[in-house]
Design a binder for this molecule. Sequence first.
Ligand SMILES: [Zn+2]
Length: 296
Amino acid sequence: MNKKISLRNFQRNYGTNAQCLEAIKKLRFADDMECPKCKQVSAFYPVTGRTSYACKLCGYHLYPLAGTIFEKSTTPLQYWFFAMYLMTQTRSGTSAKQLERMLGVTYKTAWRMFKQIRLLMDESGGGLLDGVVEIDETYIGGKGSNRAFKWHGNEKQKEILMGMLQREGKAYLKHIPNTGKYTLVTQIQNNVSPTAKLMTDELAGYVNLHKLGYEHEAVNHSRKEYIRGEIHTQNIEGLWGGLKRGIYGVYRIVSKKYLQAYADEYAFRYNHRNEAGMMFDILLRQIATVKVLKLS
Ligand SMILES: [Zn+2]
Protein backbone atom coordinates (compact mmCIF):
# COMPACT_ATOMS: atom_id res chain seq x y z
CA MET A 1 0.00 0.00 0.00
CA ASN A 2 2.49 2.57 -1.11
CA LYS A 3 0.04 4.63 -3.10
CA LYS A 4 -1.31 7.81 -1.65
CA ILE A 5 -5.03 8.26 -1.17
CA SER A 6 -6.60 10.57 -3.74
CA LEU A 7 -8.66 13.43 -2.38
CA ARG A 8 -11.62 12.02 -4.26
CA ASN A 9 -11.37 8.64 -2.53
CA PHE A 10 -10.82 10.32 0.76
CA GLN A 11 -13.97 12.42 0.35
CA ARG A 12 -15.95 9.36 -0.64
CA ASN A 13 -15.01 7.60 2.59
CA TYR A 14 -14.87 10.49 5.02
CA GLY A 15 -16.84 13.30 3.39
CA THR A 16 -19.51 13.55 6.09
CA ASN A 17 -19.47 13.78 9.86
CA ALA A 18 -21.55 10.59 10.06
CA GLN A 19 -18.93 8.63 8.06
CA CYS A 20 -16.13 9.93 10.27
CA LEU A 21 -18.00 9.09 13.46
CA GLU A 22 -18.76 5.61 12.14
CA ALA A 23 -15.03 5.09 11.39
CA ILE A 24 -14.12 5.96 14.98
CA LYS A 25 -16.88 3.77 16.40
CA LYS A 26 -15.60 0.83 14.33
CA LEU A 27 -12.10 1.27 15.75
CA ARG A 28 -13.32 1.36 19.33
CA PHE A 29 -16.29 -1.01 19.49
CA ALA A 30 -17.08 -4.38 17.94
CA ASP A 31 -20.12 -4.55 15.65
CA ASP A 32 -21.95 -6.99 17.88
CA MET A 33 -20.92 -6.14 21.38
CA GLU A 34 -22.46 -6.67 24.77
CA CYS A 35 -24.33 -3.57 25.90
CA PRO A 36 -22.76 -2.19 29.10
CA LYS A 37 -26.25 -1.56 30.50
CA CYS A 38 -28.62 -4.39 29.49
CA LYS A 39 -25.73 -6.90 29.23
CA GLN A 40 -27.10 -8.41 26.03
CA VAL A 41 -25.36 -8.67 22.69
CA SER A 42 -26.96 -5.83 20.83
CA ALA A 43 -26.71 -3.59 17.79
CA PHE A 44 -26.12 0.14 18.16
CA TYR A 45 -27.56 2.68 15.77
CA PRO A 46 -26.49 6.31 15.26
CA VAL A 47 -28.56 8.91 17.09
CA THR A 48 -29.63 11.71 14.77
CA GLY A 49 -27.98 15.05 15.47
CA ARG A 50 -25.67 13.68 18.17
CA THR A 51 -22.26 12.07 18.34
CA SER A 52 -23.63 8.96 20.03
CA TYR A 53 -25.03 5.53 19.21
CA ALA A 54 -27.96 3.94 21.05
CA CYS A 55 -28.51 0.31 22.07
CA LYS A 56 -31.33 -1.21 20.03
CA LEU A 57 -32.61 -3.11 23.08
CA CYS A 58 -32.43 -0.65 25.96
CA GLY A 59 -31.53 2.73 24.46
CA TYR A 60 -28.19 3.05 26.29
CA HIS A 61 -25.91 5.62 24.61
CA LEU A 62 -22.33 4.94 23.49
CA TYR A 63 -20.02 7.90 22.86
CA PRO A 64 -17.22 6.92 20.45
CA LEU A 65 -15.46 10.30 20.80
CA ALA A 66 -15.15 10.11 24.58
CA GLY A 67 -11.51 10.24 25.65
CA THR A 68 -10.23 11.26 22.18
CA ILE A 69 -8.92 14.63 20.99
CA PHE A 70 -12.29 15.12 19.27
CA GLU A 71 -14.36 14.85 22.43
CA LYS A 72 -14.68 18.48 23.47
CA SER A 73 -14.14 20.00 20.03
CA THR A 74 -16.79 22.10 18.34
CA THR A 75 -14.97 21.72 15.01
CA PRO A 76 -16.79 19.32 12.66
CA LEU A 77 -15.32 15.85 12.65
CA GLN A 78 -14.91 15.90 8.87
CA TYR A 79 -12.60 18.92 9.26
CA TRP A 80 -10.45 16.98 11.69
CA PHE A 81 -10.26 14.10 9.27
CA PHE A 82 -9.30 16.42 6.43
CA ALA A 83 -6.49 17.92 8.55
CA MET A 84 -5.21 14.39 9.26
CA TYR A 85 -5.41 13.60 5.57
CA LEU A 86 -3.23 16.62 4.74
CA MET A 87 -0.70 15.69 7.40
CA THR A 88 -0.27 12.17 6.08
CA GLN A 89 -0.52 12.74 2.33
CA THR A 90 1.73 15.77 1.83
CA ARG A 91 5.46 15.29 1.85
CA SER A 92 6.50 18.40 3.73
CA GLY A 93 3.43 18.97 5.83
CA THR A 94 0.86 21.73 5.74
CA SER A 95 0.91 24.97 7.69
CA ALA A 96 -1.92 26.13 9.91
CA LYS A 97 -2.26 29.12 7.58
CA GLN A 98 -2.97 26.81 4.66
CA LEU A 99 -5.47 24.80 6.69
CA GLU A 100 -7.20 28.02 7.79
CA ARG A 101 -7.75 28.96 4.14
CA MET A 102 -8.82 25.51 3.01
CA LEU A 103 -11.38 24.95 5.76
CA GLY A 104 -12.48 28.49 6.38
CA VAL A 105 -11.82 28.15 10.12
CA THR A 106 -9.91 30.68 12.22
CA TYR A 107 -6.12 30.51 12.32
CA LYS A 108 -6.28 29.64 16.00
CA THR A 109 -8.58 26.69 15.34
CA ALA A 110 -6.39 25.42 12.50
CA TRP A 111 -3.27 25.73 14.65
CA ARG A 112 -4.84 23.89 17.58
CA MET A 113 -6.05 21.06 15.35
CA PHE A 114 -2.54 20.43 14.01
CA LYS A 115 -1.09 20.74 17.48
CA GLN A 116 -3.39 18.10 18.90
CA ILE A 117 -2.97 15.69 16.00
CA ARG A 118 0.82 16.03 16.23
CA LEU A 119 0.78 14.95 19.86
CA LEU A 120 -0.29 11.53 18.69
CA MET A 121 2.38 11.26 16.01
CA ASP A 122 5.13 10.61 18.55
CA GLU A 123 6.12 7.01 18.03
CA SER A 124 9.37 7.04 19.94
CA GLY A 125 7.96 4.70 22.57
CA GLY A 126 7.82 2.02 19.89
CA GLY A 127 10.84 -0.05 20.86
CA LEU A 128 14.60 0.21 20.59
CA LEU A 129 16.33 0.71 17.26
CA ASP A 130 18.75 -2.07 16.29
CA GLY A 131 20.99 -3.21 13.42
CA VAL A 132 22.97 -0.40 11.83
CA VAL A 133 21.87 2.88 13.43
CA GLU A 134 22.99 6.28 12.14
CA ILE A 135 23.16 9.06 14.71
CA ASP A 136 23.55 12.74 13.91
CA GLU A 137 22.61 16.19 15.16
CA THR A 138 21.47 19.26 13.28
CA TYR A 139 20.83 22.90 14.10
CA ILE A 140 17.53 24.63 13.38
CA GLY A 141 17.14 28.40 13.14
CA GLY A 142 19.60 31.06 14.15
CA LYS A 143 20.73 34.15 12.31
CA GLY A 144 22.37 34.27 8.91
CA SER A 145 21.35 31.38 6.71
CA ASN A 146 17.69 30.58 6.25
CA ARG A 147 16.70 34.18 6.62
CA ALA A 148 13.12 33.52 5.60
CA PHE A 149 12.81 31.36 8.65
CA LYS A 150 12.37 32.86 12.07
CA TRP A 151 11.55 31.69 15.48
CA HIS A 152 8.37 32.86 17.06
CA GLY A 153 8.79 36.16 18.93
CA ASN A 154 12.28 36.96 20.12
CA GLU A 155 13.75 33.49 20.07
CA LYS A 156 17.00 33.76 18.15
CA GLN A 157 19.29 30.98 19.18
CA LYS A 158 19.75 27.80 17.26
CA GLU A 159 18.01 24.74 18.52
CA ILE A 160 19.43 21.24 18.26
CA LEU A 161 17.74 18.12 16.97
CA MET A 162 19.32 14.71 17.45
CA GLY A 163 18.37 11.92 15.06
CA MET A 164 18.72 8.18 15.46
CA LEU A 165 17.91 6.23 12.32
CA GLN A 166 17.93 2.48 11.81
CA ARG A 167 18.90 1.67 8.23
CA GLU A 168 15.88 0.26 6.39
CA GLY A 169 13.90 1.05 9.54
CA LYS A 170 12.53 3.80 11.71
CA ALA A 171 13.94 7.10 12.89
CA TYR A 172 13.54 8.88 16.21
CA LEU A 173 14.12 12.62 16.37
CA LYS A 174 14.73 14.44 19.64
CA HIS A 175 14.95 18.13 20.50
CA ILE A 176 17.95 18.23 22.84
CA PRO A 177 19.29 21.09 25.00
CA ASN A 178 23.00 20.62 24.12
CA THR A 179 25.43 18.21 22.48
CA GLY A 180 27.11 17.25 25.74
CA LYS A 181 28.10 13.67 26.24
CA TYR A 182 25.54 13.00 28.96
CA THR A 183 22.67 14.26 26.79
CA LEU A 184 23.70 12.24 23.74
CA VAL A 185 24.45 9.04 25.60
CA THR A 186 21.17 9.19 27.54
CA GLN A 187 19.22 9.48 24.28
CA ILE A 188 21.14 6.59 22.76
CA GLN A 189 20.62 4.34 25.74
CA ASN A 190 16.89 5.15 25.84
CA ASN A 191 16.33 4.55 22.14
CA VAL A 192 18.96 2.19 20.73
CA SER A 193 19.61 -1.45 21.60
CA PRO A 194 23.13 -2.19 22.94
CA THR A 195 23.43 -4.81 20.18
CA ALA A 196 23.22 -2.11 17.49
CA LYS A 197 26.15 -0.91 15.40
CA LEU A 198 26.34 2.88 15.61
CA MET A 199 27.46 5.25 12.87
CA THR A 200 28.19 8.81 13.97
CA ASP A 201 30.38 11.77 13.16
CA GLU A 202 33.43 12.48 15.28
CA LEU A 203 31.66 14.69 17.83
CA ALA A 204 33.30 14.38 21.23
CA GLY A 205 30.07 13.27 22.88
CA TYR A 206 30.20 10.06 20.88
CA VAL A 207 33.60 8.82 21.98
CA ASN A 208 33.66 5.86 24.32
CA LEU A 209 30.32 4.48 23.14
CA HIS A 210 32.04 1.11 22.85
CA LYS A 211 32.54 1.19 26.61
CA LEU A 212 28.76 0.99 26.90
CA GLY A 213 28.78 -2.15 24.75
CA TYR A 214 27.96 -0.52 21.42
CA GLU A 215 29.85 -1.32 18.29
CA HIS A 216 30.75 2.13 16.98
CA GLU A 217 32.23 3.68 13.84
CA ALA A 218 32.68 7.38 13.14
CA VAL A 219 33.30 9.39 9.99
CA ASN A 220 35.59 12.34 10.29
CA HIS A 221 33.67 15.22 8.76
CA SER A 222 36.30 17.76 9.73
CA ARG A 223 38.75 15.90 7.51
CA LYS A 224 36.15 15.98 4.73
CA GLU A 225 35.51 12.31 5.10
CA TYR A 226 31.87 11.43 4.51
CA ILE A 227 31.71 7.81 3.45
CA ARG A 228 33.97 4.86 4.22
CA GLY A 229 32.16 1.78 2.96
CA GLU A 230 29.10 1.29 5.13
CA ILE A 231 30.41 3.86 7.57
CA HIS A 232 28.39 6.98 6.91
CA THR A 233 25.42 8.99 8.15
CA GLN A 234 23.90 9.78 4.76
CA ASN A 235 20.40 8.56 5.56
CA ILE A 236 19.91 10.72 8.60
CA GLU A 237 21.49 13.66 6.76
CA GLY A 238 18.96 13.16 3.96
CA LEU A 239 16.17 13.20 6.51
CA TRP A 240 17.48 16.49 7.93
CA GLY A 241 17.36 17.96 4.42
CA GLY A 242 13.68 17.11 4.02
CA LEU A 243 12.81 18.27 7.51
CA LYS A 244 14.49 21.63 6.99
CA ARG A 245 12.83 22.16 3.63
CA GLY A 246 9.53 21.59 5.39
CA ILE A 247 10.19 23.74 8.43
CA TYR A 248 11.78 26.61 6.50
CA GLY A 249 9.56 26.35 3.44
CA VAL A 250 6.15 25.41 4.73
CA TYR A 251 5.95 26.62 8.29
CA ARG A 252 8.19 29.72 8.21
CA ILE A 253 7.64 30.42 11.88
CA VAL A 254 8.05 27.73 14.47
CA SER A 255 8.10 28.17 18.21
CA LYS A 256 10.97 26.26 19.77
CA LYS A 257 8.43 25.08 22.29
CA TYR A 258 6.83 23.03 19.53
CA LEU A 259 9.95 21.94 17.68
CA GLN A 260 9.65 18.43 19.14
CA ALA A 261 6.08 18.16 17.85
CA TYR A 262 7.16 19.18 14.33
CA ALA A 263 10.00 16.69 14.49
CA ASP A 264 7.55 13.96 15.53
CA GLU A 265 5.36 14.78 12.54
CA TYR A 266 8.33 14.40 10.17
CA ALA A 267 9.49 11.21 11.82
CA PHE A 268 5.97 9.80 11.55
CA ARG A 269 5.88 10.41 7.80
CA TYR A 270 9.40 9.05 7.39
CA ASN A 271 8.66 5.92 9.41
CA HIS A 272 5.62 5.12 7.29
CA ARG A 273 7.18 6.17 3.98
CA ASN A 274 6.67 2.73 2.42
CA GLU A 275 3.01 2.54 3.39
CA ALA A 276 1.68 5.91 2.26
CA GLY A 277 -1.75 4.47 1.54
CA MET A 278 -1.98 3.21 5.13
CA MET A 279 -0.62 6.30 6.85
CA PHE A 280 -4.00 7.91 7.36
CA ASP A 281 -5.42 4.71 8.87
CA ILE A 282 -2.42 4.35 11.17
CA LEU A 283 -2.86 7.90 12.43
CA LEU A 284 -6.62 7.49 12.79
CA ARG A 285 -6.19 4.33 14.85
CA GLN A 286 -3.74 6.15 17.05
CA ILE A 287 -6.12 9.06 17.57
CA ALA A 288 -9.21 6.92 18.07
CA THR A 289 -7.68 4.57 20.59
CA VAL A 290 -5.03 6.50 22.52
CA LYS A 291 -6.21 8.28 25.64
CA VAL A 292 -6.41 11.99 25.17
CA LEU A 293 -3.52 14.05 26.47
CA LYS A 294 -4.07 17.06 28.66
CA LEU A 295 -3.26 20.17 26.70
CA SER A 296 -2.33 23.58 27.93
ZN1 LIG B 1 -28.65 -2.17 25.97
